[in-house]
Design a protein around this ligand. Structure first.
Ligand SMILES: [Zn+2]
Length: 81
């Protein structure tokens, strides 16, 4: 989902990109919870949505915020090349 977290299902290890620390705390929480819940729900189906809502409340606004930040980062990266 994000450029900030990459999970390796084979090892069960989550790797956090240090750029995650530049985000607002609520966006950091959303990105981390998003990835952690994939241990229980591998896709973005109803179970995953339900777990996201249970942990973060109305998480859709946060997910939209993460997408905006990721989009801006991709644009900045493309311009730097
Ligand atoms: Zn996901």
């Amino acid at each position: 989902m994000t450029q900030w977290l990459r999970s390796t299902l084979l090892t069960g290890r989550l790797t956090f990109d240090s750029s995650l620390l530049t985000l607002r705390k609520e966006l950091q929480d959303c990105a981390i919870v998003h990835e952690l819940l994939h241990a229980h729900a591998p896709n973005h189906g109803k179970l995953w949505e339900s777990l996201m809502r249970a942990h973060l409340g109305e998480y859709e606004r946060l997910e939209a915020g993460l997408r905006r930040v990721a989009s801006r980062a991709r644009l900045a990266s493309a311009k730097a090349r």
